[in-house]
Design a protein around this ligand. Sequence first.
Ligand code: SAH
Length: 450
Amino acid sequence: MVKKNDTYIVKIEDMGITGEGIGKVDGYALFIKDAVKGDLAEIKVTKAGKNFGYGRLMRVIEPSENRVKPKCPIARSCGGCQLQELSYEEQLRYKENKVYNNLVRIGGLSDFTMHPIIGMDNPYNYRNKAQFPVGINKNGQIISGFYAGRTHSIIESDNCVIGSEINSNIVNIIKKHMSEHIIEPYNEITGRGLVRHILIRVGFKTGQIMVCIVINGNELPHSGQLVEKLKKIDEMTDISLNVNKEKGNVILSDKIINLYGEGYIIDYIDDIKFQISPLSFYQVNPVQTEKLYSTALKYAALTGNETVWDLYCGIGTISLFMARRAKRVFGVEIVPQAIADARQNAKINGITNAEFVCKSAEDIQTADMVTPHPDVIVVDPPRKGCNRVLLDTIVEVLPTRIVYVSCDSATLARDLRILSANGYKVMDVQPVDMFPHSVHIECVVLMSRK
Ligand code: SAH
């Protein structure tokens, strides 16, 4: 019987869906954070359940050939990355297997083409957005960094290896300004203090930079001086405050006070222009987003005569991508601000054949979609996947092709099973690595009418 506090030497045979190593003691599985497939490791049992347990990695006795030294010094404690100790090649294999296994086991699929995952040439500094919580350490110094996994204690770091290199410079200017003017960071427990988060966004194509400081108050002391210092950074385009006086985990409120700039930065995905405000949703990995959307476009096989519906369209990114090659595109999205952004984005690109509807996707009726009849329906739902009502509507509407963009291969597989049983066949599956070093994986799937 495996018990809490027992120590064992185990071979790590596999890796779980959240990135832990899995080792077995007499057939009993233990999940071990920070252990890598192939390691021979000394572990200590931290929790022993009926069917499986958890262990802490005490020592790597013989490292896996796929174990690498993480670039980031806080890779283990930070909640952001789960796979930094696994070589990038193996991360890609891990993600391919995860998708394939879900499609076969949950989706019951067998006959489809699974394309090799599209990885990144340089899987670092890929994120265009960073949100640093600000706090204070034991010595009373102002710190910023990242939350440790599942907690709200801040692990100090101003140099995240998956973020933009400019971030640390900006964060340091703000921290210095706070020390000089004795501006206190926010304290989540007492609800006192001013500065909560620093949000930075960088347009990778344009270089434009946006800084938004989230405060628990109506103004930031001596903000004019801070703006002058931040403006010295080349490409600084927009500086704002976000007023958030609510307790809780939500980082941004909808109240923005602009200090400098027009309230947005510009970026491009392929040759489509986007205006991004601090509150806009925008894909965080622009390099891979282009590959993801190009695949979706390829699968849509547009010739210029088609009607496309893009459900869960966000700010219209995929809709606008497709509009250039389709006759008409309809985007559907539940968040009103995203729809407003989508319309604005259509306008600044001179795209006139895309219309946007603010509605829940499951409220779309078959009748809404029949004239003109959709040739292609694209869905890009959140992690929970498509609602059953929507899947039934899609099947009734009978598009020639369905392009499913997914950020969770388990719910994807569940939905593909339903569509497969109702007249559609999965043709191609293309995983794209949008989030190197994390366990997340994005996929594009093409389904055709049988
Ligand atoms: N396709 C977009 C956004 C995908 S994210 C892009 O690539 O940028 C998923 C989107 O679905 C979010 O914008 C979210 O607001 C929206 N959403 C969530 N539930 C929804 C629902 N029930 N109906 C319509 N949209 C929904």
